[in-house]
Write a protein that binds this ligand. Sequence first.
Ligand code: IPD
Length: 280
Amino acid sequence: VHEEEQVFVDFAIELVKKAGTLVRTAFDSAESKVETKLSNTDLVTETDQAVEKLLIQGLSDRFKGHRFIGEESVAGGAKIEWTDAPTWIIDPIDGTTNFVHRIPMIAICVGLAIGKKLRAGIVYNPITNELYLGQVGKGAFKNGFPIRASKNQLLSKAVLCQSLGLHNRVQFGDRWLDIAQGNMRNQVLAGVRGHRSFGSAAINMVMVAQGSCDGYVEYGIHAWDVAAPAVIVLEAGGVVTDPTGAPFDVMSRKVLCAGTPELGKDLSNCLTHVDFEPEA
Ligand code: IPD
């Protein structure tokens, strides 16, 4: 089984690199057509769609019976089917707003789950040419070199990633802003060194995986934003949980990561929690 899984992952890495060429060319060339999805802050471009097609086509031609959960397929009406079959969870461009604004913080995310358990994650920024890989039991790597999450246990020494999650206004209205700002305020009162927001959930998470940032929390994300980087954070020695501290559920639309369980717990205690309808 493990050898077979390695074949899946190696093939996916090659496809992701191909997709990266497509994204880099589009990033460097004339403006792409931008459309909005559920809200004014939810963007999609032709490149997102082309990359998702390339990945799903390539993987499904090679591996019969594998299933797919892709951001743009779901936006196009596909139902999320979360089964025991090998399932590729794909975000063709995580950080679409960055892509549209030519901010070089974007990631092609490909996660693999088998038996509903995350097994591998590939996060590739084709602009900076950084490829992160995590595989259960095999460690976490950036361009082939091992990475480690930070060992910091103290909020007073932490740099945290957080997004305001503007799209959550669709569900919670302007009350969302009070919650999100309150959460940041509590972290500031706890003495954190600062906040960063890279505009891509996956980049935020690999920043935790490589120990640059100590923690990250976000509400309202989707499985395709976090499936791949979650494996990378865990394999880098970090923790990935629900923001309440409960076990992580990739379909729950929320995530907390930290370099250490102690920091994760203290970060969780700063938060007013909200719940979403699980996506599967
Ligand atoms: C978004 C980015 C963003 C996060 C949103 C995501 P997309 O993904 O990861 O940082 O705040 O929740 O939806 O739409 O660019 O793939």
